[in-house]
Design a protein around this ligand. Structure first.
Ligand code: RAM
Length: 331
């Protein structure tokens, strides 16, 4: 009798301990970025960390390849599967190449979403866009126009990689909307792969091979920074302008030098925060992310998933000499 009781108590204790351990298991959310060392993604990670703190018992694994390749991301995804993470939130270097690895993650019960730079629908539950793609395209053209005398002249695009989902969509939008900007003439598009040195060289090349180009539009924070530096180093400030999507903290110098008059971006901290919130609720199971549904996202309110399986956050905001000092302290 005594022994049975002791055994029962022992079993109960063991069960309680196991239950306790299960409750204490931290939720692991991987934030997979295009590459490490990009200030935009570091700001997004800040937001993801903020969400993790708020939610409690959540660990953010900030990771990505050193170079902006799909191959590098596939390796990262495979290692996250091996680690047994609960969710993967990826900004993809290629919408299709990462799909098989992400499908494997899904088979292992990992919740997969894409954010910033999307993945094809079969590879993820939903895609979180920073803003409306149409609006971003229009914003880039408006910025180009505003840098040209009379809003007329030749411009070139300096993009990220040739396979980057988000930049390709935005460039597509720019091309579609060019007819509404009759003064603008797109001369060429070059690719700096979201690497500072390659972007700088591509910008230098543009300045040499296309002296008619008066504005370089870079819809990438890495590209816009490198191009403004290239214009400055070439002594072309006032002759060639650079604009596009940039981080205030990185572009303050370009605004001061005059290489750029204005540029735009959304809040990368809010974007990372929302991606982490969405991943958390998908893992918890209190949201399914299906088209037409809503997902709670803390201080960002509820995020609505459109019928296309995509959600969009706030409008981009314009930065110039009047507000750069204030915002360069934030992101
Ligand atoms: C770079 C990356 C990122 C993009 C921003 C604007 O940091 O390409 O994907 O959203 O620029």
């Amino acid at each position: 009798m005594k022994l049975t009781r002791r055994l029962t108590i022992g079993a109960a204790l063991a069960l309680a301990m196991m239950g306790g351990a299960a409750q204490a298991a931290e939720m692991k959310i991987a934030l997979v970025v295009k590459s490490l060392g990009n200030g935009f993604f570091e700001a997004a990670n800040k937001g993801a960390e903020e969400a993790a703190k708020e939610l409690g018992n959540v660990k953010i694994i900030y990771t990505g390849p050193t170079s902006t390749t799909a191959e590098g991301q596939i390796e990262v995804i495979n290692s996250l599967i091996a680690q047994g993470v609960d969710a993967i939130a990826i900004s993809a270097n290629d919408p299709d190449a990462v799909v098989p690895a992400l499908k494997k993650a899904k088979q292992r019960g990992i919740k997969v979403i894409s954010w910033d730079s999307g993945v094809a629908p079969e590879g993820r539950i939903l895609q979180l866009n920073p803003s409306s793609n149409e609006l971003i395209g229009k914003m880039c053209l408006t910025l180009a126009k505003d840098h040209l005398p009379d809003g007329k002249g030749d411009f070139a695009i300096l993009s990220a990689t040739t396979t980057s989902t988000n930049q390709n969509i935005w460039i597509g939008e720019m091309k579609k909307q060019l007819k509404e900007f009759p003064g603008l003439n797109l001369v060429t598009t070059v690719y700096g792969d979201d690497l500072s040195d390659k972007s700088y060289r591509e910008a230098q090349g543009l300045l040499k091979s296309h002296p008619e180009v008066k504005v370089i539009v870079a819809p990438t924070t890495v590209g816009v920074l490198a191009a403004s530096q290239a214009v400055k180093d070439a002594g072309k400030i006032g002759q060639v302008y650079v604009t596009g999507l940039g981080l205030p903290s990185e572009m303050a110098g370009a605004i001061k030098s005059g290489a750029t008059k204005e540029f735009a971006i959304w809040n990368p901290i809010d974007l990372g925060y929302s991606a982490a919130q969405i991943a958390y609720h998908l893992v918890k199971g209190d949201a399914d992310g299906k088209p037409g549904s809503e997902i709670p996202a803390g201080r960002m309110g509820k995020i609505k998933i459109g019928e296309n399986g995509e959600a969009a956050m706030a409008d981009p905001f314009v930065y110039n000499a009047s507000n750069i000092d204030q915002f360069s302290k934030v992101f």
